[in-house]
Design a protein around this ligand. Structure first.
Ligand code: ADP
Ligand code: MG
Length: 369
């Protein structure tokens, strides 16, 4: 999607990705096949770029720091990637900047985990510090007896774990924040994200919350991004609690799933905005050009062929719905719970868009039976 936006602005994108037939390989100017976690490869890749940016934070941050010292232009800055890629370090960073968060503490063994459970209560959210995405890296212990099982599911204490106090949220919100090279900061409208088994499933834009909450969420997001260095778009994931507090969950230093709908519903998509920001063009208008939108992630329902059959049915219905745009990523393998594509629905009101989502999911047909 970044490559699609780049082609409109005639910005040439060179990508580094280990997968030969990765989705962007057909859309980019040049695809270097290699690991973004390998120092020599990243250095070699940097030679081809005017500006180096990321679409995933699990890259070799030490090499980016070294390259920056040699004058390579990294946006956002390597320091930002280093902080964000370690979720525990990220929490320490934001708590030092007085951003509201749930309580957290690192754990090294069963004893420290039990102690955290006594203080925070249950359910207890156990998270791996690094290489976490789409819920892979989180495990919940409902009671003290479940700690060991949850820790094992994450690969054991040696992987580097920490725990968070359970956030009793009523809604999850997200704000995409863009910062240009001239330090202009623009925030997208606050959206609501709905997760299924820890994976983002639906994004509603705008979020159905009070103006006060919109302002508070935007303020927290703005403050969080202001504590990080470099240009680009950032996604700030937030929890809204029943007493109206907004707590920061995590930040992504890149275009994000909670901003996919901006392609169809905002004047400037998060992808175009990211490109404008990192290359030093003026930022575009982040406001909505349609009254309402819903983004629906097509998650793999089943492995292999059967998964494709299910996804195809959904896409077939989506193609017949007004205001629906299908994005199929053409990932080479179908896996359960894998993000295979998404559909954005737009319309004149949230009620109408919700009805369109229902019909895309075939729910009225079920109602009729
Ligand atoms: P990921 O990197 O996979 O997005 P997150 O840390 O954002 O991981 O967690 C994924 C989801 O798990 C969140 O969007 C939220 O639904 C739930 N979650 C995460 N942390 C907590 C918490 N402390 N309390 C309750 N739910 C949580
Ligand atoms: Mg998250």
């Amino acid at each position: 999607m970044l490559c699609e936006a780049a082609s409109q602005l005639a910005i040439k994108v060179v990508i580094l990705d280990p997968m030969e037939n990765c989705p962007a390989s057909n859309l980019c100017h040049y695809h270097m096949v290699g690991s973004y976690d390998d120092s020599a490869t990243v250095e070699e890749f940097a030679k081809r770029c005017g500006v180096l940016t990321v679409e995933i934070e699990h890259v070799d941050a030490a090499t980016l720091e070294k390259l920056e010292q040699q004058g390579v232009d990294c946006q956002p800055k390597a320091s930002t990637i280093r902080i964000i890629q370690d979720k525990y370090l990220q929490k320490v960073h934001f708590s030092r900047h007085a951003i509201p968060l749930t309580k957290f503490v690192q754990i090294e063994d069963l004893e420290s985990a039990k102690k955290a459970g006594e203080i925070f209560g249950y359910p207890l959210m156990i998270k791996s510090k690094r290489l976490a995405y789409d819920g892979r890296g989180n495990a919940v212990a409902k009671t003290e007896d479940e700690i060991s099982q949850a820790v094992n599911a994450l690969g054991g204490y040696a992987r580097g774990l920490y725990v968070e106090k359970w956030a009793p949220f009523v809604k999850e919100l997200s704000v995409i924040v863009a910062r240009g090279r001239d330090n202009t900061v623009l925030c997208y409208p606050v959206v609501e994200t709905i997760h299924r088994e820890n994976i983002c499933h639906i994004v509603k834009s705008p979020a159905d919350v009070s103006w006060k909450t919109m302002k508070l969420a935007t303020d927290v997001a703005y403050k969080a991004v202001s504590s990080l260095e470099g240009a680009g778009v950032f996604a700030v994931e937030l929890f809204l609690t029943s007493d109206g507090q907004v707590l920061l969950n995590e930040v992504a230093p890149r275009p994000h799933n909670s901003g996919h709908q901006t392609i169809e519903c905002c004047f400037t998509s998060q992808y175009e905005q990211h490109l404008r920001a990192v290359v030093g063009l003026p930022l575009g208008d982040p406001s909505m050009k349609t009254p309402a939108s819903i983004m629906y992630n097509i998650l793999g329902e089943d492995e292999g062929e059967q998964g494709f059959v299910i996804a195809n049915k959904l896409i077939g219905r989506a193609l017949n719905i007004p205001g629906a745009t299908v994005h199929w990523y053409d990932k080479p393998e179908m896996r359960k719970q894998r993000k295979m594509g998404h559909v954005t629905l737009v319309g004149p009101s949230m009620g109408i868009v919700e009805a369109r989502l229902k019909s895309m999911l075939g729910e009225e047909i079920e109602d009729d039976q």
